[in-house]
Write a protein that binds this ligand. Structure first.
Ligand SMILES: [Zn+2]
Length: 378
């Protein structure tokens, strides 16, 4: 299977699947979705390309096993981040155990594993049914996964008993990951000549109160009891805009921050933090006005340490459980009632210019998944 897996990965890397909302080099996932679709049809496994909008596409395939209603959901995202600064990002290059190329690690290798499993189980009996899914846009707003949850999962004859998202986890079981919430704070002042500040109201000075409050909240978060796999929740100010010219009292300022959330944190707690920042700015000296709101949110994900996941862990060589710092589409499957975890190969350079996946680890993941599935025979 090794040469087949490398062939699939070579093909996947060769098709530009850069997310067009993240980079001008992107053209959408239609081409790569069609490639995967044709691969499944070639194996005699029913498959479909789902167009979400324009050239943003998912591919799904369904292999009916001996048990029709015991369905394992497997998932990978087809999109990659941009290729700026990379030499030959679309040519798979082997150097020892390393397979270089954009998307090798995050996460076309995981997609290649799904293809390898499809090949194997198209030729051998499969004890359970396999729902293969390849989605668009995980690197941005997850329109692919949202579409899958709304339009594909309900068409299955039963709810999958487990979702395995083959993001890179260094062969550990990614049993949990953080969520995130975005906030925007707008401060309104009054423009005036820089030499006559008494005629205006600076919208930028009060930002310091917001930043100080965010620092306090962040410190408090760092002192909370850490999550066993994810550590502490954090926040950081990611964007600041304000003012129109150096010689003008700034009439407007905007601050955006991101809060990385842990399983079990309540919306109430998050709302209180937002109120604290708004109050700090409102109480700052000056006649400014302040408005703050939550603008976007994705939930964290956590699966229970149940026998099924222990089985996968054993199949994967008994590696430990891990918490992933990054957010992943698995949270949306969990929200839809499918317990979901991450499991994928080792490598390096997700979103970096020197991205590679370990060839031996790619093979290990394939073997682990295969024996996990075959384990349902007994
Ligand atoms: Zn990824």
């Amino acid at each position: 299977m090794k040469s087949e897996l490398i062939k699939y990965l070579t093909d996947l890397v060769a098709i530009n699947s850069v997310n067009p909302d993240l980079s001008r080099d992107g053209q959408g996932e239609r081409k790569v979705a069609k490639y995967v679709h044709n691969f499944f049809l070639g194996l005699g496994i029913p498959s479909e390309v789902h167009t979400i909008q324009d050239d943003r596409c998912n591919t799904t395939a369904f292999l009916e096993g001996n048990s029709c209603d015991k369905i394992l959901l497997m998932n990978g995202h087809l999109d990659t981040v941009g290729i700026e600064g990379m030499n030959d990002p679309f040519i798979l290059r082997k150097d020892g155990d390393r397979l270089y190329g954009r998307g090798t690690y995050d996460m076309l290798a995981g997609c290649a594993v799904q293809m390898g499993l499809a090949k194997y189980f198209s030729e051998n009996p499969c004890p359970i049914s396999l729902a293969f899914s390849f989605v668009a846009d995980e690197e941005n707003l997850s329109m692919g996964m949202e579409y899958l949850v709304q339009n594909f999962l309900p068409t299955l004859s039963a709810k999958p008993f487990l979702g395995i998202f083959m993001e890179p986890t260094e062969e550990a079981i990614g049993i949990s990951h953080k969520g995130y919430t975005w906030y925007e704070l707008k401060i309104k002042g009054l423009a005036a000549h820089g030499s006559r500040p008494e005629e205006g109201t600076s919208a930028i000075f009060p930002l310091s109160s917001a930043l100080k409050e965010l620092e306090s909240i962040n410190r408090e978060l760092s002192q909370e009891k850490p999550h066993p796999y994810l550590g502490n929740a954090t926040l950081h100010p990611g964007l600041i805009h304000g003012g129109t010219a150096q010689s003008v009292i700034a009439a407007e300022a905007t601050l955006n921050w991101e809060r990385r959330t842990l399983p079990g944190e309540s919306q109430e707690k998050l709302d209180t933090e937002l109120s604290r920042v708004i109050s700090a700015v409102a109480d700052a000296p000056g006649n400014h006005q302040v408005m703050g709101k939550q603008i976007y949110s994705r939930p964290p994900n956590e699966a229970d340490d149940e026998p099924l996941i222990q089985k996968l862990r054993e199949a994967a060589g008994g590696q430990g459980y891990n918490g992933m710092s990054y957010w992943a589409d698995s949270a949306l499957a969990s929200q839809a009632g499918i317990p979901s975890i991450l499991f994928g190969p080792a490598g390096h350079g997700a979103h970096a210019i020197d991205e590679w996946v370990s060839e031996s680890s790619l093979l290990n993941c394939y073997q682990a998944m295969k024996s996990f599935i075959l384990g349902f025979n007994s």
